[in-house]
Design a protein around this ligand. Structure first.
Ligand code: HEC
Length: 192
């Protein structure tokens, strides 16, 4: 009995370690645990895992695709500019792994970076639903709301930003809505 309990606790914690987490807000990233200088940002709705917690910091493992021409950005798939995490241009990034990739087939990469300890969500369904509501309620006030699939994933950020100041969407929620729009864009694919 006791053995089974220990075993199931062990299995449970192992499962937790690999569970995807999500944020609905932009999260500041640090390259080292004791850094005070923010070197990157993790954007809403993208999956990541928690490697460990130390004091008031958490080590996050983030995966994405890297365009060899712009190696300080992790993208959601291998060809669209849907940002998962973006770092300062000259940040000395140490990737855990990084496939070479090319200009039109970016390479898969994984990095571990630190963030302030905070609550993260276990899925992105609710935040995506909130993004949709924000979009529908704010972007259909003056004209008919534009369909998500009217634009490509690469076109949406500029289309959204050109209009965002005309809406009541708070600055904190803008990346959430952009990610929602990109992930429902005409040409959105998961990539490979
Ligand atoms: C306060 C009124 C208002 C709100 C709110 C508004 N728009 Fe617009 N939108 C306009 C007007 C007016 C135009 C016509 C072109 C212009 O004024 O730039 C326009 C044009 C557009 C166009 C067409 C641009 C083009 O190149 O033809 C798109 C796409 C668009 N809006 C998207 C959005 C999105 C997305 C939101 C929410 C973030 C939004 N709008 C919120 C007033 C608004």
């Amino acid at each position: 009995m006791k053995k089974m309990l220990i075993l199931s606790i062990f299995m449970l914690s192992a499962a937790f370690a690999n569970t995807n987490k999500y944020t609905d807000k932009v999260v500041s990233l640090y390259l080292n645990k004791n850094d005070t200088k923010v070197q990157g940002r993790l954007l809403p709705t993208n999956p990541f895992t928690i490697v460990k917690t130390e004091g008031d910091k958490v080590l996050l493992r983030i995966s994405g695709y890297v365009n060899p021409a712009a190696p300080s950005v992790l993208y959601f798939n291998n060809k669209q500019r849907i940002i998962v995490a973006a770092f300062s241009k000259n940040a000395p990034l140490k990737f855990k792994s990084r496939a070479k990739g090319s200009a039109n087939n970016w390479g898969k990469a994984t990095i571990e970076v630190w963030a302030d300890k905070q609550e993260f969500a276990n899925n992105n369904k609710e935040m995506l639903a909130r993004a949709k509501t924000l979009y529908m309620e704010n972007c259909g006030m003056c004209h008919a709301v534009h369909k998500e699939n009217e634009f490509t994933a690469n076109q949406w950020p500029a289309q959204f930003r050109a209009m965002a100041d005309r809406t009541g969407i708070s600055k904190d929620d803008r990346w959430l809505v952009i990610e929602y729009l990109q992930k429902n864009a005409r040409d959105f694919k998961k990539g490979k």
